[in-house]
Design a binder for this molecule. Structure first.
Ligand code: HEM
Length: 174
């Protein structure tokens, strides 16, 4: 090999394999991942916004846009908090960081959080005027993307055991 040849790309397969297996959650309370507990809030609230928008469309009752505005704020705020726990997990756990599927989930989630933020911002000071048509359209897109992101988060857990406890599969059930 001449001195001008590039360095061979040497990786330690044993180390690489170990890094992929280290998927246990570190942002957790007694082994229960905080992210999994927190995502329930933005998921539920984004569907509440859609429901309130549809109810305003059907009934014209001014209560629903105000409820939608608060739900949109809650979805965004809790989504950011959940996103922070997920991001810390993504960066510090090798088996999460080294999987492309985790980064796909991150990209989906950041797009979702941007749209959740826009859906709240749009309603500030003008809850009724914001609903038709743009608010409702955004709520539909947010609900759809919430479904995709949540489904994909579930895939991380079910397909790669990300965030699960290392010993759980060997314990007897019941
Ligand atoms: C912003 C960045 C985000 C990152 C980096 C991230 C990362 C992760 C990671 C690493 C997991 C595996 C479980 C764990 O280790 O806790 C996960 C699961 C999950 N994520 Fe996210 N996430 C983000 C945002 C979101 C958002 C906004 C949602 C809401 C739709 C969401 C929905 C889920 C769901 C439903 C699971 C499965 C939880 C379970 O069944 O245990 N994630 N996410």
């Amino acid at each position: 090999m001449s001195s001008t040849d590039p360095e061979p790309d040497l990786t330690d397969p044993v180390h690489e394999n170990r890094a992929l297996q280290a998927t246990e959650s570190r942002v957790a309370i007694a082994g229960h991942p905080l992210h999994a507990m927190l995502v329930a809030f933005p998921i539920a609230l984004s569907f509440c916004v859609l429901g309130a928008d549809l109810l305003y469309w059907v009934t014209g009752d001014g209560f629903w846009p105000v409820a939608a505005g608060w739900a949109a704020f809650g979805a965004f705020a809790m989504g950011v908090v959940a996103g922070i726990t997920g991001t810390v997990e993504l960066l510090i756990v090798p088996g999460i960081r080294n999987r492309s599927a985790s980064w796909t989930h991150f990209i989906l989630a950041v797009m979702l959080l941007s749209l959740m933020g826009a859906n709240w911002w749009l309603r500030i000071g003008q809850p009724e005027a914001a609903v038709l048509p743009l608010g409702l359209l955004l709520s539909l897109i947010v609900a759809g993307l919430t479904g995709v992101t949540g489904w994909h988060g579930g895939k991380l857990v079910f397909d790669y055991q990300i965030g699960t406890s290392a010993g759980s599969s060997s314990r007897p059930s019941g």
